[in-house]
Design a protein around this ligand. Structure first.
Ligand code: HAM
Length: 460
């Protein structure tokens, strides 16, 4: 038997109903804050993530699904080559071979491009922002929902294909993209969304990771502090201590934690501007009544963050307890070759969100059961039943439709399994009378109802 690949899974009904429930609440809430949907490709050039997310992060260093595209450039060029050959067919005099022909026959032309399945959405969205000059529109409030891919060790709440609900506010500084009001708006929106979904018991952990200048000073201090102790740490930390000391805070090895606890914290290195910005975010949150706790160990696993960084955790999730994470990335657009475009955003792990939702809501509870099961009875009744089902569905009723080859007992079993309230019998006598036997499966009550009255009777 061929099974789903390790770390991937099938989402089956009725659980998919919970996913739809979440996504429709998300779309409603985001709409109220004037966010609009963006859809970017599931794979991008590898360089985007290397430069955007950071070479030293776990994601880029060990978790990406990367491959060299087979003859990607070659097949593009082949088309151009054929066009050129077609145009010059039959010509006698000397032909100037265009550059494309040279490229086609050189090794360069045969080399594939390095591509990567997106491990996260922000880099792709910022690429699209730059590519389509979205800054001309002022402030952009964008969201996307879709699969992401990381080659992590699968465990509860951690998959190799998982889903994110990602939202970003990004724009030129003149559009107010740097304002702490945007950070607070995003955080308040998240609190509203979780409340709306009925998820309680979440905790918002907040930190400021400062600006690049602060981080340079912090990195220096970390390097110094790590120098005498790094030999006692795990191999990853020994490497991080030299290449990117901030990443030491991502370490999950229990033996390293007492050492990490004693390291300096970014909060001691924030400059005046970053401190004020962070205070303003906290002030607004307090004013609107969103609870948070400060955590100055929170540095997040991606390199692009500046200033505000945050995570929402939930007790029911076990070791992988972050439902969502995000923060500000004021220099990302420039790092990708774009204009200054400060931004803030987050990604919710949808798999984890659904898991925390399952604490309080069962999939069965949100599934809309069919209103009626239409049971054709006897030869030639499939068409009559289909016509009736079509009429009822046009009245927004959820209708399940049987098969004229089923005996009545089998139709009743199918209706009961589907959980419908009514079964509607469509037999020769009913068609003649244009009135149909409608039976309430819970009470057993059966009445004959004229065709025109059926929608109203079933809706009751
Ligand atoms: P992240 O913290 O890497 O941030 O991921 C966000 C969320 O995705 C996590 O909190 C978690 O719920 C979920 N997640 C991550 N990896 C997995 C996995 N292997 N299995 C299941 N769920 C997972 C980002 O991705 C940033 N792009 C967020 C952001 C947007 N920052 C600014 N804008």
């Amino acid at each position: 038997m061929i099974k789903a690949v390790r770390g991937t899974r099938d989402l089956l009904p009725p659980e998919t109903t919970l996913w739809n429930f979440v996504e429709s609440a998300v779309r409603d809430v985001f709409r109220a804050y004037n966010f609009q949907e963006i859809r970017t490709p599931i794979f991008e050039s590898t360089e985007l993530f290397a430069r955007g997310v950071g070479e030293e992060t776990d994601i880029v260093a060990k978790e990406m699904y990367t491959w060299e595209d087979r003859g990607g450039t070659l097949s593009n060029k082949f088309g151009e080559f054929l066009d050129w050959a077609e145009k010059n067919r039959g010509s006698t005099g000397p032909i100037n071979t265009p550059k494309i022909v040279d490229e086609y026959f050189t090794a360069e032309g045969w080399k594939g491009q390095s591509l990567t399945l997106r491990p996260e959405a922000t880099a792709g969205i910022v690429r699209a922002y730059i590519e389509h000059k979205l800054g001309d529109r002022g402030l952009n409030k964008l969201y996307c929902i879709g699969p992401m891919f990381r080659r992590e060790r699968p465990q509860k709440g951690r998959y190799r294909q998982f889903y994110q609900i990602d939202a970003e506010i990004i724009g030129p500084p003149s559009a107010g993209s740097e304002s702490p009001a945007r950070d607070a708006e995003v955080l308040e929106m998240l609190a509203t969304l979780l409340d709306r979904l009925g998820i309680s018991g979440w905790n918002l952990e907040l930190n400021s990771v400062g600006c690049p200048k602060d981080r340079a000073a912090f990195n220096e201090a970390l390097r110094k502090a790590l120098d005498p102790v790094r030999d006692k740490m795990c191999v990853d930390c020994q490497r991080r201590a030299v290449t990117n000391p901030l990443r030491v805070f991502d370490c999950k090895v229990p033996e390293d934690q007492p050492i990490i606890d004693k390291l300096p914290r970014i909060s001691q290195f924030l400059d005046e501007g970053c401190r004020k910005h962070f205070e303003a975010v906290q002030e607004i949150l307090t004013k609107v009544g969103v609870r948070f706790s400060l955590n100055d160990r929170l540095v997040r696993g991606l390199d692009y963050y500046t200033r505000t960084a945050f995570e929402f955790t939930h007790g029911a999730l076990g070791a992988q307890n972050a439902i969502l994470g995000g923060g500000r990335y004021d220099g990302l657009s420039e790092a990708l070759g774009g204009p200054a475009a400060p931004g803030i955003g987050f990604a919710i792990g949808e798999d984890r969100l659904v898991m925390s939702l399952q604490e309080s809501t069962s999939a069965e509870g949100v599934v809309k059961k069919p209103d009626v099961y239409v049971a054709p009875l006897g030869a030639g009744m499939d068409g009559e039943a289909a016509r009736l089902a079509r009429e009822l569905r046009r009245h927004d009723l959820v209708v399940d439709l049987g098969d004229e080859n089923f005996r009545l007992k089998k139709s009743f079993e199918a209706a009961t399994r589907a959980g419908t309230k009514y079964i509607l019998i469509v037999g020769e006598n009913e068609v003649k009378a244009d009135a149909f036997a409608l039976k309430n499966l819970a009470t057993g009550e059966q009445v004959s109802v004229p065709r025109a009255e059926l929608p109203r009777r079933i809706q009751e």
